[in-house]
Write a protein that binds this ligand. Structure first.
Ligand code: NAP
Length: 293
């Protein structure tokens, strides 16, 4: 670890599919880690490896130089940051906050302003790369905020990702993540339909994947989720309920800009059908189930 990072006390809140792996990389890199999660047992592995458990988000803020959050929904982000006894209530001046949850751009702007009032800095820094990217520390991290805050946080973010890009001021990280989700939405529909077609045509999907996975259609959705679809492995990965959250944010933002996105709207309708069947805790690749019904 660089000398400039040695005194860092890092807080991490949200230890689910993504956060647990990401926090683990910070511990492995030698940082002192203070952790909190709604369900305490999800911190057990990290605590066994030396992380310090805190009883509330505010307790994390009180002992940390940098606090990273990776919770589920904008409502969770709002509660953790702006709620009574939350991060900003207890933050010391000079603390840096990095929200890596996929959340709303306008909430990121509100948090940045509230942090500034407390003499703190904040970045919105959502990620792409999935459970595998988190596990392998190969995430793409899309950052919104000040250059100075970015420069301070970047060496810490390097432990979790390989592409770390400052997009602009507060909220631009979340807007960039929406661009990412818009691309993924139509892509996963295409991947699912291609594989449903392969089966119906009597082809061997694994063999089809050997061809199309090496051509112009290749990418994470086809090459990583395609094999899971073929094997009937619908475990998350990335929860359908979180994807629906993202599609709602993106469509809401687009509507405010007067931008119509019919591909995105179609993907949301299909995933709403999945949720109506009670499949919202499946991974996004489970979309195939619609085509087999
Ligand atoms: P997850 O497994 O549900 O993890 C979220 C964690 O945050 C859970 O452990 C949850 O606690 C905790 N949490 C929620 N609200 C909290 C609160 N108020 N206080 C403390 N802890 C709280 O979800 P995930 O897959 O890791 O995703 C996390 C975020 O990253 C989401 O916004 C998602 O859209 C985004 N994302 C996910 C992926 C992916 O492939 N999974 C990829 C990119 C981005 P409990 O344990 O009690 O539920």
């Amino acid at each position: 670890m660089e000398a400039s990072q040695q005194a860092r006390q890092i807080g991490f809140i949200g230890l689910g599919i993504m956060g647990r792996s990401m926090a683990g990389h910070l511990l492995a890199a030698g940082h002192t880690l203070h952790v909190y999660n709604r369900t305490r047992t999800k911190a057990d592995d990290l605590v066994a490896r030396g992380a310090h458990w805190c009883e509330t988000p505010g307790d994390v803020a009180a002992v940390s130089d940098i606090v990273i959050t990776m919770v589920g929904y904008p409502a969770d982000v709002e509660q953790v940051y702006l709620g009574a006894g939350g991060l900003l209530d207890r933050a010391r001046s000079g603390t840096m906050f990095v929200d890596m949850t996929t959340s709303s751009p306008s909430l990121a702007v509100r948090i940045a302003e509230a942090a500034r009032v407390k003499g703190c800095a904040s970045l919105d820094a959502p990620v792409s790369g999935g459970d595998i990217g988190a596990r392998d520390a190969k995430l793409s991290i899309m950052v919104g905020g000040d250059q100075a805050a970015f420069d301070t946080a970047e060496p810490v973010l390097r432990h979790m990702g390989t592409s770390i890009v400052l997009q602009g001021g507060p909220g631009t990280g979340q807007h960039t993540k929406m661009c990412n989700q818009i691309v993924i939405a139509s892509t996963i529909v295409g991947v699912t339909e291609g594989l449903a077609y392969a089966r119906r045509a009597g082809l061997h999907p694994e063999t089809v994947l050997k061809s199309i996975g090496g051509g112009a259609a290749s990418g994470f959705q086809l090459n990583v989720l395609g094999p899971r679809i073929i094997q009937g492995d619908f475990a998350p990965g990335f929860f359908i309920e979180h994807f629906l959250k993202d599609l709602g944010i993106a469509l809401g933002e687009a509507a405010q800009m007067g931008l119509e996105l019919p591909g995105l709207s179609l993907a949301r309708r299909l995933y709403e059908q999945m949720a109506a069947r009670g499949l919202e805790r499946d991974g996004t690749q489970a979309l195939l189930k619609l085509y087999e019904a």
